[in-house]
Design a protein around this ligand. Structure first.
Ligand code: SF4
Ligand code: MSK
Length: 660
């Protein structure tokens, strides 16, 4: 009896505190419902499963069968692995594998987009087409392809061959190196980290982490940088540019975000993942008159297509499709009981979705050969006939709607937001049609109205209060006149909090508010999916080229953050920003022991070599302080810190000056 009581007490101690787990009201409401329904989610599992303290600090290695070897995180130099590997070797190899996996995910996605582009150009796929030929011409010209007087087909063929090098090139610099500011590229050349094809970089990095190969953390870090750069300026950048060319370059759209976008009287279809081709075809399916008729025949008012996570962001940016939530709400949205079908492709798809879908009778489909999930139905998306897959998902969603048995509870909250700020649109927004450029942005940074620019990106994570760190950090940044650029799940956190509209400018400092009001833009600009962090790199390169803010990306008054990160892709993104010259601060946890040599290299040494550097804190206010301090340091180095002081004077300060 005593034992049972004790067991119960233990269980109660592990109970999820929903109000501490998320600030997202709709997610909280669905967590309460999940508990009433006896359904478990990743929030519950995170409470139940403590992170392994040795793994969290990267103090273990299982790269060979002489191990696994565990070092003492409190005294990391006290012993080595059986092979003699030191803590720095073990940590840097583990970190390298995270970068390699993250880079592989982005680049494999990018290569899939490029495969699709090739087949469209060759006329083998007709369900997709080139929607933005002007962007094709512009980007082709940028990487040295002759465009004058040539047909779109000819340019597209050369463009394909050139971009294929991004993945397969054995030696030499990849095409988008032509976009990198000269001084940044010089640093990379000097340090020997200019990337070759991503396949080669990922392969070499994995090879070097095998037992008995690279056992010098500094040399491993060199290849970590090279591999990450092959992602940011390679695989990811190709994914973004090809997606824009095929599906259209985003321009800002006003749309709604949060679970209130679901409609009880409609067949609700959710697409979640990262590749826009599934979603684009689904858009055609839900607009097919025969499927709409079938939905109405089943008693629905229509079909409601909704996005989640990153492909949701791409469709929001290109077509204004409503968005139901970020990574940490994907199970909870099914708990509404209103989702008739969910189709997923790749990346950040929780395996737990399958059992939650099973509990509510939601039809759950995987569609990509790279991602099958036990318990999910697999309908492969064949790009030669994509409607076969997406029509089938809609048809089965309609059947599920007709047979809905459980009560539906849709949280009645949705927020309006304006997102879809591509690099091209920012250019146009600031400079107008005839003189589109970043000059006004640079001018406003130089005169101090805008203190600097921050990229706040990345995932959400059940180990910390969902959405809270993103929202508090961004509020603090804009209050201090820092313009915020966003991608990935972070931007949904801010959209739900109402910060992605021009009206949110009143939350910004006086200088940033003035700029936002003049241009009519939000203080927080949503640029797209996590793969679209490449848009931030392009913007940074453009700011350097326009002039007045130094010669390299490392000179810019800019910083980055992923305050609630969880994926290896986030680590690769963080590393390619650091390698590009950006101070990048992560939250949640950092998989390296402080005070080790490898830690010192990432958090300090890289900056001395001309790169950026890493930072870490879990506190959003401290994170903002660290980023602003860095921005101010860069302003001082550029000699523009005085301008800012003038702008910041308020009336009281002015009166004081006059009285003096
Ligand atoms: Fe242990 Fe070395 Fe094998 Fe790693 S590579 S498991 S440290 S023996
Ligand atoms: S989906 S990588 S949780 S941003 Fe791009 Fe979101 Fe992070 Fe996945």
């Amino acid at each position: 009896m005593e034992k049972t009581k004790e067991g119960k007490a233990k269980k109660e101690a592990k109970k999820l505190n929903i109000r501490e787990a998320t600030i997202c009201e709709t997610t909280a409401q669905m967590l309460e419902k999940a508990e009433r329904d006896g359904v478990e989610t990743s929030f519950h599992r995170a409470v139940d499963m403590k992170p392994c303290p040795i793994g969290a600090q990267s103090a273990c290695c299982k790269h060979c069968a002489m191990g696994p070897c565990r070092l003492n995180a409190k005294d990391p130099y006290a012993k080595t692995g059986v092979c003699g590997a030191t803590i720095d070797t073990i940590e840097s190899r583990n970190f390298a594998r995270m970068v390699a996996t993250g880079a592989a995910a982005h680049t494999d996605h990018g290569m899939a987009m490029l495969d699709l582009f090739r087949e469209v150009v060759h006329g083998n796929i007709t369900d997709y087409r080139i929607k933005d030929p002007i962007k094709l011409q512009d980007v082709a010209a940028e990487i040295g392809i002759e465009v004058e007087g040539r047909s779109i087909e000819d340019i597209a063929n050369d463009f394909y061959s050139e971009l294929e090098r991004t993945y397969t090139q054995v030696e030499g610099e990849i095409p988008f190196m032509k976009r990198v500011p000269e001084k940044t590229l010089e640093t990379w050349r000097k340090q020997g980290v200019v990337p070759r094809g991503a396949m080669r970089e990922v392969m070499e990095l994995l090879h070097r982490t095998h037992i008995g190969v690279d056992q010098d953390y500094e040399n491993i870090t060199k290849q970590i940088n090279r591999c990450a750069l092959s992602d940011g300026w390679g695989g990811s950048m190709v994914a973004t540019e090809i997606s824009d060319i095929l599906f259209g370059t985003p321009t800002p759209v006003r749309t709604e975000v949060d679970m209130g976008v679901l409609k009880e009287d409609h067949v609700n279809i959710i697409i979640h993942g990262h590749e826009p081709n599934l979603f684009e075809s689904m858009l055609d399916s839900v607009n097919d008159p025969s499927l709409i008729r079938a939905a109405k025949d089943a008693g629905a008012e229509g079909i409601n297509l909704v996005g989640m996570c990153c492909s949701g962001l791409e469709m929001l940016s290109r077509h204004g499709i409503p968005h139901a939530g970020n990574f940490q709400s994907t199970e909870e949205v099914i708990v509404t009981g209103a989702v008739d079908a969910m189709g997923v492709d790749i990346q950040c798809i929780k395996q737990g979705l399958s059992s939650v879908a099973d509990c509510y009778g939601t039809r759950f489909f995987t569609t990509n050969p790279r991602c099958h999930i036990e318990g999910a139905e697999h309908i492969a998306l064949d790009e030669h006939n994509p409607r076969k897959c997406t029509d089938a998902i809609v048809e089965m969603g309609i059947v599920r709607f007709k047979n809905r048995k459980l009560p539906v509870e849709i949280p009645q909250k949705k927020t309006t937001s304006v997102m879809g700020f591509s690099h091209e649109y920012i250019n146009y927004m600031l400079g107008g049609t005839f003189r589109s450029s970043y000059t006004p942005l640079n001018d406003n940074i130089i005169n101090g109205r805008i203190r600097g620019v921050a990229g706040v990106v990345g995932c959400t994570n059940p180990r910390i209060k969902h959405d809270w760190v993103h929202v508090e950090l961004v509020k603090e940044l804009i209050r201090n006149d820092v313009l915020v650029l966003q991608t990935g799940c972070s931007q949904i956190s801010l959209a739900k909090a109402g910060l992605c509209t021009p009206e949110a400018a009143h939350l910004a400092g006086a200088g940033l508010r003035e700029v936002c009001e003049t241009v009519g833009m939000p203080p927080v600009l949503g640029l797209g999916a996590c793969v679209d962090n490449s848009r931030i790199l392009i913007a940074a390169a453009e700011m350097v080229k326009v002039g007045g803010l130094g010669d390299s990306i490392a000179d810019l008054p800019a910083a980055g953050a992923a305050p609630e990160w969880m994926s290896e892709k986030a680590i690769s993104i963080g590393q390619y920003f650091v390698a590009s010259g950006v101070y990048t601060v992560f939250g949640v946890t950092f998989p390296i022991i402080e005070e080790t040599k490898f830690h010192k290299l990432l958090f300090d040494g890289l900056e001395e070599l001309g790169f950026g550097k890493w930072g870490f804190t879990i506190d959003p206010y401290e994170m903002a302080r660290m980023m602003i301090e860095h921005i101010d340091k860069k302003r001082k180095a550029l000699g523009i810190d005085k301008a800012r002081e003038r702008v910041l004077f308020d009336m009281a300060a002015r009166r004081d000056l006059e009285a003096a």
